[in-house]
Ligand binder design. Structure first.
Ligand SMILES: Cc1cc2nc3c(=O)[nH]c(=O)nc-3n(C[C@H](O)[C@H](O)[C@H](O)COP(=O)(O)OP(=O)(O)OC[C@H]3O[C@@H](n4cnc5c(N)ncnc54)[C@H](O)[C@@H]3O)c2cc1C
Length: 390
């Protein structure tokens, strides 16, 4: 029996949508199933309370340009320098785009804006983009997968696909068994105004309870403040003035005073990654690995997943999908980048969340040394910008 489609992508979030756009050059029939409905208006209503900044690397910018969507982003704000410090300790590291001969190390954008631009593009260019289609289960049917989903009105439907690509952000239960580590931290996101200009510097400040990032965004700063769930709950409830005072106490005076905060949102943080795939199913983006946002690498890594998978799929004919070589090729190509980013972000969280005094001093020394050795710093910056193969 011929399958209804060659590739079914579950999830039209930033990674699934990027994959669908990159597959336009392929000979394959592609169906996208996205749980959210109504596109722009629907998505904004559901999420409009959320300030959700995302730092994109220079490498991600190049990929979004190739997908034709970079020019539509509302206000990508350049990060020219990154300043890393630890609260109550010496040592700091700065990285600079100028040292790498780049105009910017990366850009800060808004998640919702990116989601909307990508989904509008998929809607406009894709003939089989199904919104309001929530996938509930997969069953094997010969060489194909039967995808079970429900429509917005509750109607159940199915389709068969030669390959399923899960880009559901890890929301679809039971697809692949993820390895999980609860960080016992939540991330609070908001937009804040400061009396001093950000000058396109992204600040990352490590504290014993979790890191705090202030990213340049338009004329304000985007805040990602990671702390214990209890403290984040308090900060979510705090009056604006009390919140801004607490922020100043933790961050210090580098940006002057904090004068305004927008609505806040909170996200639980855990590390999840798949160690094996279900036959005929490939996971990409957060469905394959959900990282701590300490280094702002989750989407950058997921976008590289989508891009590399598309490069492989664009080179094969539909009838060759039954051959497992392409699947194997993809997994091999992505292994190093994936393992390196999981280890780097997890290692950073572990290293900086321990306030054992000798370790505190060692971190200071390490940061001072790193700050003094430009080539080493630049190697790290290149890995963050272009991935493990950069
Ligand atoms: C606080 C915070 C800050 C972050 N900062 C950064 C950063 O600075 N830089 C960076 O690179 N990354 C960052 N990240 C990570 C980044 O947000 C994710 O890596 C990225 O959103 C992953 O995209 P995705 O498309 O894989 O998943 P998602 O964004 O989760 O999208 C998944 C999509 O699948 C759909 N879906 C889910 N279940 C189903 C189903 N059953 N059927 C059909 N559709 C379904 C959803 O509706 C959604 O549209 C941050 C994350 C957090 C929490």
């Amino acid at each position: 029996m011929a399958a209804d489609t060659d590739i079914a992508i579950i999830g039209g979030g930033p990674v699934g949508a990027a994959l669908a756009l990159a597959l336009q050059q392929s000979a394959l029939r592609v169906t996208v199933l996205e749980a959210r409905a109504e596109g722009r208006a629907g998505h904004r209503t559901e999420h409009s309370r959320e300030a959700r900044p995302m730092a994109l690397s220079h490498g991600s910018r190049l990929l979004l340009e190739r997908l034709g969507v970079w020019k539509s982003l509302r206000a990508p704000t350049a990060i020219r320098d990154i300043h890393v410090s630890q609260r109550g300790g010496f040592g700091r590291v700065t990285m600079s785009a100028a040292e790498l001969d780049l105009a910017a190390l990366g850009y800060v954008i808004d998640y919702i804006d990116l989601f909307e631009i990508l989904s509008n593009e998929v809607r406009a260019t894709h003939n089989d983009y199904r919104e309001g289609a929530r996938v509930t289960a997969l069953t094997r049917e010969g060489d194909a997968q039967r995808v079970h989903f429900t429509l917005q009105d509750g109607t159940a439907a199915t389709l068969t696909a030669q390959w399923v690509i899960a880009a559901d952000g890890g929301e679809l239960d039971g697809l692949t068994p993820p390895t999980t580590r609860d960080y016992a931290q939540h991330a609070l996101t908001a937009r804040v105004s400061t009396t001093l200009p950000h000058n396109h510097v992204a600040y990352e400040r490590f504290t014993q309870d979790g890191p705090l990032a202030l990213l340049p965004f338009e004329n304000d700063c985007s805040l990602v403040w990671m702390h214990t769930p209890e403290r984040v709950a308090e900060l979510m409830q705090a009056e604006d003035h009390a919140f801004l005072v607490a922020l100043r106490e933790t961050f210090g005076a580098r940006l002057g005073d904090f004068t305004r905060v927008t609505r806040r949102a909170s996200h639980p943080l855990s590390l999840r990654y798949t160690t094996r795939d279900t036959p005929g199913v490939i996971t990409i983006g957060n469905a394959a690995q959900t990282l701590h946002p300490v280094a702002g690498q989750g989407f950058n890594l997921g976008l590289r997943d989508a891009w590399e998978l598309a490069q492989i799929l664009c080179g094969i004919a539909p009838q060759a999908l039954t051959n497992n070589a392409a699947l194997h090729n993809y997994r091999t190509r992505r292994r190093t980048d994936r393992v390196a980013m999981i280890a780097a972000t997890h290692g950073l969280v572990q290293l900086f969340s321990n306030d054992f005094l000798p370790l505190h001093a060692a971190r200071g020394i390490g940061m001072t040394v790193l700050g003094a050795i430009t080539p080493l710093r630049n190697v790290i910056a290149r890995r963050m910008i272009f991935g493990a193969h950069g």
